[in-house]
Write a protein that binds this ligand. Structure first.
Ligand code: SF4
Length: 128
């Protein structure tokens, strides 16, 4: 089975490339190496679904283009974090994920939300 393409990340890279940013600039913005930018920039991916008017913040989530595995498998943690870093609704996503802290046992919380792992969210919630 091949690794899933992080479509949200590729989409972000494509948008930043179209805006005239170099691989180095995109890498700095997304927290990934220029080599990774170049690798995904040349990867053919299906166009994201046509934009429809957003009715809720989740309609703007960059991860809606991705296979869930990108956000629920540690192998793809870097891609998930980079996608979240450029997601327009990261603040809302993280706020929602942090409200779940304390309502589920640690072992029932999985995945990257708002760019943070379950352990990082737990630490953030404890600190506040
Ligand atoms: S910040 Fe949240 S909504 Fe945005 S890509 Fe990451 S997990 Fe998805």
């Amino acid at each position: 089975m091949s690794a899933p393409t992080p479509i949200g990340l590729v989409y972000a890279i494509t948008q930043l490339t179209a805006a005239g940013k170099s691989a180095r600039e995109i890498g700095q913005q997304l927290g990934i190496s220029p080599r990774t930018v170049t690798r995904w920039r040349t990867k053919p991916v299906a166009e994201p679904a046509p934009e429809t008017p957003a009715t809720t913040w989740t309609d703007k989530a960059l991860c809606r283009f991705d296979e869930p595995e990108v956000f629920f498998n540690d192998r793809y943690l870097g891609a998930a974090r980079a996608t979240c870093r450029t997601c327009p609704v990261r603040r809302q996503c993280l706020a929602l994920a942090l409200t779940a802290e304390g309502t589920l046992s640690k072992h029932n919380r999985y995945g990257v939300f708002g760019g943070l792992t379950p352990e990082e969210r737990a630490a953030r919630a404890q600190a506040s």
